[in-house]
Design a protein around this ligand. Structure first.
Ligand SMILES: Cc1ncc(COP(=O)(O)O)c(C=O)c1O
Length: 360
C-alpha cells in the first residue's frame, strides 16, 4: 500500500535543469550569484502585483525583518494564536508585545469583530494569518487599521497565489510575508519573501536588503559600510532557481489544490470543515473531529498521512499567556489537516473522502 503524504512538492525536470545550471555556475550565494534571486524577486512582484519584493531565506526571516521596519518596542501587535510560532516570535524578536485575538469558527482566521476590543493606545500592527490559504477579512481589517492609524502586516506563509477581491495576496498590506518552505504551495529548499506596498518602497527595499545581509550597504568594489544591524537572511541561488520554476506552475498547482479542496467540501460528511472559497489556494484542508488521536491513527493505518495545525501559541510555556481564546482552544484540540497537493490522484482523493466519511 503506497502512503498518501500530507505535503509533497510538485517537481519535474525543469527544477533539475535549474539546479544543475546553478551548480555548474559555481555562484551559489546571491551576492555574486547568477541573478536568480533578483529575477525571482521581480517575477514574484509582478505575479502578486506588489511594488517591490525582497527575498530572504525563510518565512520566519521575512516576518522578523518586516516587523523590524516599524518601531514596536513596548508596543502591541494583534495576531491570532492558531499559527506557526514564528508569527508571534517575530513580535518578541523586535521587542513588541503579542496580543492574541480569537479566530472565526468558520474560517479559522483572526476574528475582526474581536480585534476592535483588543485595540489600545499601544497597538502598532495588526498581523493576520491567512490560515490554510483562506484569506482573512482584509477589507474590515484594513478599515480598522485606517481608523486607528495602525499598520497592516500579513503573514501569507500559506497563501502564495491566494486572492482577495480578485487581487493576488501580496498587494494589500504594508508588508506581506511569504514562506517558501518545502511544504508550501511555492516550494524551495528554504525561502521566504517580503512584499512591500507603501510609498518609498524602493528605499525600504534597499534598507531590507542591507538587513538581510548583516547590515552591509553602499558596496563599491571591496568597500562597504554598516549603518544598522543586519542578519544572515539572504536567499541562495539554488532556492531562487527552484522558485522561478515553481512560480511558473503556481496557478496550475493551486488550481489542483482548489479542485481537491472543493471535492472535500462537497463530499466530506463532517459538518465542521473548511469552507470553499474561489480565492483560497488550499495549502491544506482542515476538518474537525472529536476523537482526534483515534481518528488520525485509523487514517494512518489506511496509509493516509494527516496533520494538526497548530498548537495554540498563547499556551506555550514561553508565552505564558493567561488570555482565554475559547474558539482557538477548542479548534486546536479537534483540527485534523488533510493533503491537497497536486501529486494526489483522483483515486487518492476518493480514498481520503471515503475513509474520513467511514470514520465519522
Ligand atoms: C503561518 C506561518 N507563518 C510563518 C511560517 C514560517 O515560515 P518558515 O518555515 O519558512 O520560516 C510558517 C511556516 O511553517 C507558517 O506556516
Amino acid at each position: 500500500m503506497s502512503k498518501i503524504k500530507l505535503f509533497d512538492p510538485f517537481v519535474d525536470e525543469s527544477e533539475t535543469r535549474a539546479i544543475k545550471r546553478v551548480l555548474d555556475s559555481h555562484f551559489w550565494a546571491s551576492g555574486a550569484g547568477s541573478g536568480n534571486v533578483k529575477r525571482f524577486e521581480m517575477k514574484f512582484a509582478k505575479y502578486i502585483g506588489s511594488k517591490n519584493c525582497v527575498a530572504v531565506n525563510s518565512g520566519t526571516a521575512a516576518l522578523n525583518l518586516a516587523l523590524s521596519m516599524i518601531d514596536i518596542k513596548g508596543k502591541e501587535v494583534i495576531l491570532p494564536s492558531l499559527s506557526f510560532v514564528s508569527t508571534a516570535n517575530a513580535v518578541i524578536e523586535n521587542g513588541g508585545i503579542p496580543k492574541f485575538v480569537d479566530i472565526e469558527e468558520k474560517t479559522l482566521c483572526i476574528d475582526y469583530t474581536k480585534i476592535c476590543d483588543a485595540i489600545s493606545k499601544k497597538t502598532k500592527i495588526i498581523l493576520p494569518v491567512h490560515f490554510a490559504g483562506y484569506v482573512s477579512n482584509l477589507e474590515k481589517i484594513a478599515s480598522l487599521c485606517k481608523k486607528f492609524n495602525i499598520d497592516l502586516i500579513e503573514d501569507a506563509a500559506h497563501a502564495a497565489g491566494s486572492s482577495y477581491n480578485n487581487k493576488k495576496i501580496g498587494s494589500h498590506g504594508k508588508f506581506v510575508c511569504f514562506s517558501f518552505h518545502p511544504v508550501k504551495n511555492l516550494a524551495m529548499p528554504t525561502g521566504g519573501l517580503i512584499a512591500i506596498n507603501q510609498k518609498s518602497s524602493s528605499n525600504i527595499s534597499r534598507i531590507l536588503k542591507a538587513k538581510r545581509w548583516c547590515g552591509i550597504t553602499n558596496r563599491r568594489n571591496s568597500k562597504y559600510d554598516i549603518k544598522d544591524l543586519g542578519w544572515n537572511y539572504y536567499m541562495n541561488e539554488f532556492s531562487a532557481a527552484i522558485g522561478l520554476e515553481q512560480l511558473k506552475k503556481l496557478d496550475w498547482t493551486n488550481k489542483q489544490r482548489q479542485k481537491n479542496g472543493k471535492r472535500y467540501f462537497n463530499e466530506i460528511s463532517i459538518k465542521e470543515k473548511m469552507p470553499f472559497d474561489k480565492g483560497c489556494s488550499y495549502h491544506f484542508y482542515w476538518i474537525r473531529v472529536k476523537n482526534r488521536q483515534k481518528f488520525r491513527k485509523k487514517m494512518f493505518e489506511k496509509g493516509i498521512e494527516t496533520g494538526t495545525h497548530y498548537e495554540p501559541i498563547h499556551k506555550f510555556s514561553f508565552y505564558k499567556s493567561k488570555i482565554k481564546l475559547p474558539i482557538t482552544e477548542k479548534v486546536s484540540k479537534e483540527i485534523v489537516t488533510l493533503p491537497t497537493h497536486p501529486n494526489l490522484s483522483d483515486y487518492d482523493i476518493d480514498k481520503i473522502i471515503k475513509t474520513v466519511n467511514g470514520l465519522s
